[in-house]
Every structure is written in structure tokens, then in C-alpha cells.
Design a protein around this ligand. Structure first.
Ligand SMILES: CC(C)(COP(=O)(O)OP(=O)(O)OC[C@H]1O[C@@H](n2cnc3c(N)ncnc32)[C@H](O)[C@@H]1OP(=O)(O)O)[C@@H](O)C(=O)NCCC(=O)NCCS
Length: 204
């Protein structure tokens, strides 16, 4: 499945602290067969997968990656994008999963697999762009996610993008050496639109 090509400057990752490089740009594009090597490297990286390890088979092989891409290409309930810098470096992936077209809702998942690209604004940009696509192009009304309640960096990203907490699943997942709560978060179409309009007005 080839997604429509898209290119956009990174917008609004917020002020960048001294010593932290501002991302010069990014785009979302379809995942390709040539991305499998990077995907498998990330999935086999314990630091990247610390909060995601139950989401995928570990350790993963190139064959697993190819099968996953084939399943994705046939799926009507998943849309996953590669996150790429404007220079063409693949840095992560972001997706809408478990799409329910009648309920008009989906679950968001995010992975910046290249660790040297953490804290450079790619995650926040990719979430905002995926929300925009989900609400404006796919006509969704509710996008939700689950995150370990002690995953502070991810929660920071999601809050910045408009997600609100809506509940806690107690001792829901095993992270590292102990059980952690899962925070449920969501954002509704009208909330996202209000946030985007507010940001545009502030820039005018
Ligand atoms: C979590 C993750 C998605 C964040 O992506 P990212 O591209 O680094 O995110 P951004 O650079 O856009 O923003 C990170 C924010 O978290 C903040 N942050 C980083 N570490 C933090 C910490 N330990 N505590 C609190 N905030 C933290 C940063 O300062 C930044 O906020 P700011 O822009 O207001 O300064 C990325 O680290 C990742 O993919 N990790 C592995 C997979 C994963 O855990 N995915 C999420 C599963 S729910």
C-alpha cells in the first residue's frame, strides 16, 4: 500500500533548550521494504522497547518485519507511517491502530527508534501530524493511547499534543523489574481543532 506522499516542515516543537538541536524538518511517508532493517534493529533494542516490549515479538527477525509490513498493507484497521527527516533519514514510526470506522476512533502508537534523535522534537511533531491526518483526512473523532504511567517523556509529548488523561489501569504492565500502572489518554477532534486554531492565532 503506497500512501500519498507528504512533506511538511516541523511546526511548533516548542522552545528548544540550549544545547538541544531544533529539528530542521520531517515528513511522514509509507513504510517500505527497505525500512525493515531499521525496524528490526529498533525492536531488538532494549532501551527503545522498554515501554513497548509486549507490543511486538522479541527478538524479531527480518522475516517477522516483512510479514508485518505485508499484514499492514492489507489491513483496513491500521495506518502506520515512517517518520523521516527532510534529509531522508528514517528515525521512527507512528501509527493509528485498532481503527473502528463506525465509532470513528483509533489507538495511537509512537516509536522514535533512533536514540540519538530523542528529545529533538520528532515525536511531538509526528503525533501532531498523525492527529491532523486522523481527524481531518480520516474523519476520526477520538484518538486514544495507553502509556506506562512513569514514562514521563512520552506523557510530556502526548500532553503537549492535546491528550488528556482519562483513567488509570492499576498494575497493568510489567516494565523493567516491576509492575506499572497504565495511563489512558485521549484527544477528541474538536479539542485538537481548538488547539490548532489557538496555535495559528498565536502565530498571527
Ligand atoms: C518517548 C518518545 C516517543 C519521545 O519522542 P521524542 O522525539 O524524544 O519527543 P520530543 O523530543 O518531541 O519531546 C520529548 C519531551 O519530553 C521531555 N522529556 C524527555 N525526557 C524526560 C523525562 N525523563 N521526564 C520528563 N520529560 C522528559 C523533553 O524535554 C521534551 O519536552 P519539551 O519539548 O517540552 O522540552 C521516544 O523517546 C521514544 O520513541 N522512545 C521509545 C519508544 C517509546 O517509549 N514510545 C512511546 C510508548 S507510549
Amino acid at each position: 500500500m503506497q500512501m500519498e506522499p507528504f512533506c511538511s516542515r516541523v511546526r511548533g516543537p516548542g522552545p528548544v533548550p540550549a544545547g538541544r538541536a531544533q529539528p530542521c524538518g520531517a515528513r511522514l511517508r509509507a513504510l517500505e521494504r527497505g525500512d525493515v532493517g531499521s525496524l528490526i534493529r529498533w525492536v531488538n533494542d532494549a532501551a527503545v522497547m522498554l515501554y513497548l516490549s509486549q507490543a511486538v515479538a522479541y527478538p524479531a527477525s527480518e522475516g517477522d518485519g516483512c510479514r508485518w509490513l505485508e499484514e499492514l498493507s492489507r489491513s483496513h484497521t491500521e495506518r502506520v507511517f515512517a517518520i523521516e527527516t527532510l534529509e531522508g533519514r528514517l528515525v521512527g514510526s507512528v501509527g493509528l491502530h485498532a481503527i473502528r470506522w463506525i465509532d470513528r476512533k483509533a489507538e495511537l502508537a509512537l516509536m522514535i527508534g533512533e536514540r540519538d534523535c530523542w528529545n529533538r522534537g520528532y515525536g511531538s511533531w509526528a503525533v501532531r501530524e498523525t492527529l491532523r491526518r486522523g481527524f481531518e483526512e480520516m474523519s476520526l473523532r477520538r484518538i486514544y493511547l495507553r502509556v506506562a504511567s512513569d514514562h514521563d517523556a512520552a506523557i510530556r509529548v502526548y500532553r503537549k499534543c492535546g491528550f488528556q488523561s482519562e483513567g488509570l489501569l492499576r498494575k497493568d504492565r510489567y516494565v523493567g523489574r516491576g509492575y506499572a500502572d497504565t495511563l489512558m489518554m485521549s484527544v477528541l477532534k474538536e479539542e485538537f481543532a481548538a488547539g490548532e486554531n489557538g496555535a495559528r492565532t498565536a502565530q498571527d
